[in-house]
Design a protein around this ligand. Structure first.
Ligand SMILES: [Zn+2]
Ligand SMILES: [Zn+2]
Length: 338
């Protein structure tokens, strides 16, 4: 097993590469904050990761003020990555994009330096809907969202994909796979469709890593089909990420069955509901059933540097500002874990 961070209490080595020590059997060293190398036992040397070692932390921003307004509001509360809705998530009808808003998003990105904006699709979409009208509407809706994002220059669209509504898991996955293929065939290839892990509420698909792996396989591994992992959802679905061992086990299974290269976004949420409750209720970081350790591990795990980590926690009482601040604080103070 390849471990990317130190054991509890073990200090991360810093300094030039030549003096960095692999901490066998747990091989990791972090250099300066903005660059990093990982000891690769296969090559028996340190390798530079391709991704920039940049922390990308942010929040799902409420839609007032258009996409440009979301970017500016995100910057104001400490984000350098955000997630948005490009239209109301609870309505099928989508108003066409206003060219002024497209231009304003570009301007806001220039002004703030925020280059990582993801979109969350409509909650109504169900690619596995057993009713043909619902399924067709969902395929058109999701393809439309990928198209809007292409126009906006937004690279990632997150989708819950769907629920089998009583048709059974196998049939639901088959139907969803066909739906994904249809969506991607109608859509620009420079936008990634990210399947989000779900809590397994009702008849939702994708509450197990195997479901995601099946969909990737059934769709013949499209390059622009990726994954968004939501920590609250995987915990509610039964993955016990409260401990270091459980955290490692989840990511090892993810890597072996899906591959970390398909991970393009992380939703970082604590959970109001217990392990395996299959109920999706987000809580402020460190105040729910998951607890602080998992999030400390996540923000200090070099495998996820360069991947946006976005909170969807309660927004009341300046919640987003406080939760984003926790991500920055934990990433700066945790030179050791535990
Ligand atoms: Zn989420
Ligand atoms: Zn959720």
């Amino acid at each position: 097993m390849l471990c990317f961070y130190p054991k509890q209490g073990q200090r991360v080595q810093s300094g030039p590469l030549a003096t960095a020590l692999p901490c066998s059997p747990c091989h990791r060293t972090a250099l300066k904050k903005w660059q990093f190398h990982i000891f690769c036992p296969g090559l028996a040397r340190y390798v530079k990761l391709k991704r920039m070692a940049t922390h990308l932390f942010g929040a799902h921003m409420p839609s007032s003020g258009g996409p440009g307004g979301c970017v500016r509001a995100g910057k104001e509360i400490g984000c350098n990555a955000i997630q948005i809705f490009t239209a109301s998530p609870r309505m099928w009808k989508r108003t066409p994009l206003d060219p002024a808003k497209i231009a304003d998003l570009k301007l806001a990105e220039e002004e703030t330096g925020i280059r990582h904006v993801a979109s969350h699709d409509s909650y109504l979409i169900n690619l596995a809907d057993p009713k043909p009208e619902g399924r067709t509407r969902s395929i058109e809706g999701l393809a439309g969202e990928l198209d809007r994002c292409h126009t906006l220059g937004v690279k990632n669209v997150v989708s819950h994909i769907g629920a089998h509504m009583g048709a059974g898991l196998e049939s639901g996955l088959a139907s969803a796979a066909d739906g994904i293929l249809e969506v991607l065939s109608k859509s620009p290839t420079d936008v990634n469709l990210l399947m989000e892990t779900t809590a397994g509420q009702g008849s939702s698909l994708n509450f197990q890593i195997d479901h995601l792996a099946t969909l990737i396989e059934k769709t013949n591994n499209p390059k622009n089909l990726g994954v968004c992992v939501d920590t609250c959802h995987i915990f509610a679905a039964g993955y016990d990420i409260r401990t270091e061992a459980g955290y490692l086990e989840f990511w090892n299974e993810f890597d072996s069955k899906i591959g970390l290269q398909r991970l393009h976004l992380i939703h970082c949420n604590d959970s109001k509901k217990p392990l395996a409750s299959r109920v999706d209720r987000h809580e402020n970081l460190g105040e729910g059933e998951i607890g602080e350790l998992c999030f400390r591990l996540l923000v200090n795990d070099p495998r996820f540097f360069g991947i946006p980590i976005v909170v969807e926690t309660p927004i009341e009482n300046d919640g987003h500002r406080k939760n984003v601040a926790k991500l920055w604080e934990w990433s700066e103070t945790s030179s050791t874990l535990g």
